[in-house]
Write a protein that binds this ligand. Sequence first.
Ligand SMILES: N[C@@H](CCC(=O)N[C@@H](CS)C(=O)NCC(=O)O)C(=O)O
Length: 198
Amino acid sequence: MKLYSKPTSPYARKVRVVAEEVGLGERLAIEDPPLRDAATEFWRVNPTGMVPALITDDGQLVVESNVICEYIDSLHAGRRLFPAESAQRWRALRLNALADVMIGALVTRVRESWRPESAQDPKLIELEKNRVVNVLDALEHDDLIGDQMNVGHVTLGCALSVSDRRFPKEDWRSAHPNIARWYESFGGRASMTKTYAE
Ligand SMILES: N[C@@H](CCC(=O)N[C@@H](CS)C(=O)NCC(=O)O)C(=O)O
């Protein structure tokens, strides 16, 4: 399978972590395409022009990180990161959706930080900052992170890694000790260290 991926894309990293966790990391041939150029081969192959994008072994295009993660999770016989049983599945999807919102908020802030300072929108930055803290507050008092590892944990780990990489001075740990403890352990997994781009 070919995975179009960018080294620091948290969405692409979710896919790579899932593949590592289910033992299929070696099956992914990683390609780093040029972005934002509609004239490239990448846009011809993938109409969204976004990463991650997967080309399956039989040549099908799969886009959207969650869909790619679930596709990869369907290819192995071990314990699923998208649980089949309904109650567990919904818990995994709920955690995953909350963590995905965190990634979206962090990515918005990162993009904003790339604009000249005079063009940045402080209200937007504050809003997205608060959104992440709010989701962390909710997760801190929820028992979702205590579930057996599922796709939601992968997404949460990738979200927290973006926070640490891009906003290292922001201390999310002090007010969220349960999540900090969980991440201390999850962030050290081989799937996470192997997919971290310096
Ligand atoms: N909802 C998508 C989001 C993917 C996404 O935003 N990818 C960014 C990189 S982190 C991208 O490809 N951006 C290209 C662009 O903005 O043209 C997913 O979950 O896969």
